[in-house]
Design a protein around this ligand. Structure first.
Ligand code: G16
Length: 562
């Protein structure tokens, strides 16, 4: 079919600044005239010389407005000189799968349509994220360029008559302005599943689930929260691993995630927690909307903090064929993440990196061959197999460990703490607050980093007293390209290694969300089984008083405690 691209006049919209991971706004914002077109044009224009004749991947988590966005992107890529698109069937690709496909087919990048764990539907959120040719989220340099272009955009290119059926797998060929343009609709799960079978020993995981060598079967419950992982879970757990249908729930992706927050934490995945509490399952997991986050639970809903989860995986790489083959080069975590992985790195004598919040900061280290496994407290766990965090990968890693070590989730954690001590960790979220008072609070906390009287100050609550060793606003210099990220969160570091961290979330779509991270380290085995909330209560109170958070936000309680 021969088609023509046209140039349409437009005007800039304010606020098209990508956050921690892409541009996330209400669906109604994206539905405004030319809003989506403007942002897509800025992504394409930011690619500059790499755009013409390139191949891009397009897909998302299936949320409301996804199909409309895919149609716009196809028409705009056609008019902007892109040679080929690989599009997930019905627009469905998990975020880890986009990364996998970009890397496998060596494309110039991809456009991911997701607002991740934010709710979906006509009155909820949508998002657009650009991933670069290494398969990872675009770094700050690229997103700043996209934002800069969005402030002065005056036209975009589109091929309005191009029609593409994204429901059928196969290739559709066009000629646009005399140039060939191909859209290949790809199976949403095939490449990803093949890759997981290379990384893990599916036979060993199957034995674990069904019972073998005198071991009883492990009963698992996997909850996709009506997000994009449903088809992946069906293919991997039901078809490949032979788990029974009652081991999986909410595996049909819904445009509004069934009206819930597709966020795998103790609050929003309460149905998984309650199902596990009943005691029939030995292992539980949930994923977020786009499949990059995971939560791991053991028998009776024993909760594994994401900070501990990545440390346990890093400590047990001998259970995973991929690491047996490739070795472990280095480990990393985001700054607010609990420091248990640092202890594993020290024991294994490998480098450990502390980066700002955002998976994009791990990419350079992986590309340089210095980082193999990393994680974030925000339920992100992954490795250098791709350049995104990967929920299903994390679950398969855990099942591999349980199978090879013939252990349980609870025993694996207790064993870990016996070796390394326990980093108690909690996060308090105050979602959707008014932005101005939160910004004022952060400015006051920032000022503490220049206040010499803070050093050595004793802060007490009840019988607990902490001595301040250092206050700063975290700054990171990328060891590979030297890029500097400033003001990434105020840290109050205590003399015993305990930490209080404040930052504002970069993934909300409106207002401000305050995150308060609290961590303390214990090496006394009699404390290991204690409840983290109980252990950290005094430090939480100290943090709340120091920041005047309750007065500033008007919130007496957090919306979510992790
Ligand atoms: C994104 C990023 C993560 C980050 C998380 C939380 O996750 O990819 O690296 O840790 O946001 O960010 P914030 O604390 O700024 O809300 P996702 O799953 O939303 O893409």
């Amino acid at each position: 079919m021969t088609l023509t691209g046209v140039t349409k006049a437009t005007k800039p919209y304010e606020g098209q600044k990508p956050g921690t991971s892409g541009l996330r706004k209400a669906v109604k914002v994206f539905q405004q005239e030319n809003y989506t077109e403007n942002f897509v044009q800025c992504i394409l224009s930011a690619m500059e010389g790499a755009l013409h004749g390139c191949t891009l991947v397009v897909g998302g988590d299936g949320r409301f407005f996804g199909k409309e966005a895919v149609a716009i992107i196809i028409k705009m890529c056609a008019a902007n000189g892109v040679r080929k698109l690989l599009v997930g069937q019905n627009g469905i690709l998990s975020t880890p799968c986009v990364s996998c496909i970009i890397r496998k087919y060596k494309t110039a990048g991809g456009i991911v349509l997701t607002a991740s764990h934010n709710p979906g539907g006509p009155n909820a959120d949508f998002g657009i994220k650009f991933n670069i040719s290494n398969g990872g989220p675009a770094p700050d340099g690229v997103t700043n360029k996209i934002y800069g272009l969005s402030q002065s955009i005056s036209e975009y290119k589109i091929c309005p008559d191009l029609q593409c059926d994204i429901s059928k797998i196969g290739t559709q060929e066009y000629v646009v302005d005399g140039n060939p343009f191909t859209v290949e609709i790809v199976d949403s799960v095939k490449d990803y599943v093949e890759y997981m079978k290379e990384i893990f020993d599916f036979g060993a995981i199957k034995d674990l689930l069904h019972g073998a060598g005198g071991q009883p079967p492990l009963k698992v419950l996997i909850n996709s929260m009506h997000g994009v992982t449903g088809p992946y879970v069906r293919r991997i757990f039901l078809e490949e691993l032979g788990a029974s249908e009652d081991c999986v729930v909410n595996i049909v992706p819904l445009e509004d995630f069934g009206g819930h927050h597709p966020d795998p934490n103790l609050t929003y995945a309460a149905d998984l927690v309650n199902a596990l509490k009943a005691g029939d399952y030995g292992f539980g997991a949930a994923f977020d909307g786009d499949g990059d986050r995971n939560m791991i639970l053991g028998h009776k809903a024993f909760f594994v903090t994401p900070s501990d989860s990545v440390a346990v995986i890093a400590d047990n790489t001998d259970c995973i064929p991929y690491f047996k083959k490739n070795g472990v080069k280095g480990l990393a975590r985001s700054m607010p993440t609990g420091c248990s992985i640092d202890r594993v790195a020290a024991k294994k004598n490998v480098e450990v990196f502390e980066v700002p919040t955002g998976w994009k900061y791990f990419g350079n280290l992986m590309d340089a061959g210095r980082l193999s496994i990393c994680g974030e407290e925000s339920f992100g766990t992954g490795s250098d197999h791709i350049r995104e965090k990967d929920g299903i990968w994390a679950v398969l890693a855990w099942l591999s460990i349980l199978g090879v070590k013939k252990t349980t989730v609870e025993k694996a954690l207790h064993n870990h703490w016996q070796t390394y001590g326990r980093n108690f960790f909690t996060r308090y979220d105050y979602e959707n607050c008014e932005a101005d008072p939160c910004n004022a609070m952060m400015a006051e906390l920032d000022a503490l980093s220049n206040d010499p009287s803070m050093i050595g100050k004793e802060l007490s609550h009840g019988s607990k007293t902490y001595k301040v060793a250092k206050v700063d606003n975290f700054e990171y210099k990328d060891p590979i390209d030297g890029a500097v990220a400033k003001k990434q969160g105020v840290r109050i570091l205590m003399s015993d290694g305990s930490r209080v961290v404040f930052r504002l979330s970069g993934t909300g779509s409106s207002g401000a969300t305050v995150r308060l991270y609290i961590e303390s380290y214990e090496s006394d085995p009699s404390t290991y089984a204690k409840d983290a909330q109980e252990m950290l209560k005094p430090l939480v109170e100290i943090a709340l008083q120091l920041s005047k958070l309750r007065e500033r936000t008007g919130r007496q309680e957090p919306t979510v405690i992790t």
